[in-house]
Design a protein around this ligand. Sequence first.
Ligand SMILES: NC(=O)c1ccc[n+]([C@@H]2O[C@H](COP(=O)([O-])OP(=O)(O)OC[C@H]3O[C@@H](n4cnc5c(N)ncnc54)[C@H](O)[C@@H]3O)[C@@H](O)[C@H]2O)c1
Length: 351
Amino acid sequence: MRIGLAGVGRIGAFHASTLAGLDAVDEVVVADLDAGLARRVAADQGLAVEGDLDALLARDDLDGFVITTATTARAELLRRTVAAGIPTFCEKPVAATLPETIELTTIVESAGVPVHVGFQRRFDVGYRRAREAVASGELGVVHAIRALTHDQEPPHAAYVPTSGGIFRDCSVHDFDIVRFVTGQEVATVSATGANKGAAFFGEAGDVDTAAAILTLDDDTLVTATATRYSGGGHDVRMEVMGSVASVAVGLDASLALRSAEEGVTFPTGPVHANFMQRFRAAYVAELTAFCDVAAGRVASPCTVRDALQAFRVAEACEISRAEGRPVALAEVADAPVADAPAADAALGSAV
Ligand SMILES: NC(=O)c1ccc[n+]([C@@H]2O[C@H](COP(=O)([O-])OP(=O)(O)OC[C@H]3O[C@@H](n4cnc5c(N)ncnc54)[C@H](O)[C@@H]3O)[C@@H](O)[C@H]2O)c1
């Protein structure tokens, strides 16, 4: 299988190396707006390279395409890969704006080309166990959930203005995984944010730390926090609190917390420094699943409509933060649901 990959920054170079290590993948061909960077990454990792995006997209020998460019460059690329009929893995969020995400949902669903969006937590063992625990009823009635995404260090300054903001860029992972774990949709949100770090967040209209309260359709309450300044380590967790039992995702030796209690030595570390360390196994499983999607063996385990739902929650949070009021998801535009069944309805599931 030959995979084209556009955008070899932090996550793109990492995904390229993961893909190249998979048995199903014979060749990875990369390109980037920065052609020199693409050549360097290709040389470092022993990958094939094209001089620009047009040359990569013009190839007729690609079995799948991976889009890991900056957020603002993804919508146009996704339109082009779907028009060319190439099964595509696209990092989250699929586009920088809600109208574009809605438009892409309609395009992808009517084209019937499989598109798998990069919410890797769906492949993380802990989140999957939490999902099973909710579905099996072993937690009893779930009353509250705490979800968090705390980065150890901020991204580079140039990343922030094109990121879509902390809710669309970071918390969107929590919004997706809350839907995945609970099977519920978000009904309302109340959100706020603050800046106590680098000035470039505020200059981009963004915040470096944010909090949201979500009410799910079944009245479960969720708190979701995100910060770019978790100096103690990359900290991504979820607690699901039920009437019978509760489970925690990410409560292991690498937990980026120190106990304030006397004599408690847990956790023993080392902590994770970034998302690549925290989710290494999940990224491998996710891209393995994408190869199955591209080969037509399974349906997309995370569709553009899933991505749209998480994006709508992020959008509602931005409105809530800006206007200082609770926002109902019903206020946020959605994509019409097509009558035609999805082309992959008969395929198996990767999750
Ligand atoms: N799923 C995850 O865990 C995860 C983790 C990190 C980043 N991401 C997502 O991946 C995206 C990229 O993040 P990153 O940290 O790698 O950013 P980055 O800034 O390190 O890399 C982005 C790359 O895209 C390239 N690029 C920009 N415009 C382009 C265009 N028009 N054509 C081709 N290449 C172009 C840039 O030259 C750069 O190499 C972000 O949108 C982010 O949301 C997802």
